[in-house]
Design a protein. Sequence first.
Length: 323
Amino acid sequence: MIAIIVKSRENPVRLEKLRALHKRIPNNHPTYKRIRQDLHLREIGFQGEQSLDYFLQFIPNEVIVMHDLRLKGIQQTFFQLDTILLNKNFIVIVEVKHYSGHIYFDEGSKQILRKVNDVTEGLPNLLSQIHRQKLQLNQFLLEKNYPLVPIIALAVFSNPSAIIETKGLPTAQRSAIIRSEFLPEKLESLQANYSQVRFSEKQLHSLVSSLSESHAPEQLNILKEYQLSISDLKMGVECPKCNQINMVRNIKFGYWSCLNCSFSSKDAHIVTLHDLSSLVNHPLTNKLARQILQISSRHVVYRLLKHYPSPNLSQNLPHGQRQ
């Protein structure tokens, strides 16, 4: 049987917020270059995670796949897992990297080095990272009173153009480093080496439920992280066609018109409200929505917000109490 996906891959919260922030920060703002670079790195990382999904189709045995888990582990600290694969015999942690260039592991300095265009830089030690993830997941299982089970942590490189060099590493560490296309073969090998059943069918499904219920999405105040306030952001409605932030509302006919490309839309404000509400760390009030949409009429904005399905919207207040 092929893999069973019980928790699908989603756009990471940080990536979503960075996308929204990048659109709203002026090009000449002091933080713009940093935000653009951070977004680029996050996009590459997510691209690598998504590329793994193709190879998960070829997993030969029945395996349960869960993506994007954030759990409490040792000393109640949170840890994140890109992908975990579970069956009755073992658990596999998969940490995906989409690095380009020449990647080599320096056992002497305990560093991962990357060389691109004759420039060498140090990277975070991926082997240490997956070892910590393994310890954290093991602690999670112990606290939930699940049986001892082998946990295999893999560092998976998804960029086919990267050159991966692991000379000098101990055999155990070399075996933890693979390219994404070899993941199905790796799982076949693990299935042969770990043939002892550790979980009953009931225990396995109980664990999957426990992992899902324990997932704690990241609560991220990205404006605070970059030391920004809403006054640093570009206000106004983004055009769905040309992506310029310069649409105006025709109050009489109830549609938005782009001053750049003349595109018109009745609901262009929805994406803008979604983007901006994801950046602020408090409910989206009528007053704030007027600032975002650049509309002075609180009654017009009230009608627009009535049909806006946002969990970060203070629509539960009586009309007279909205600012």
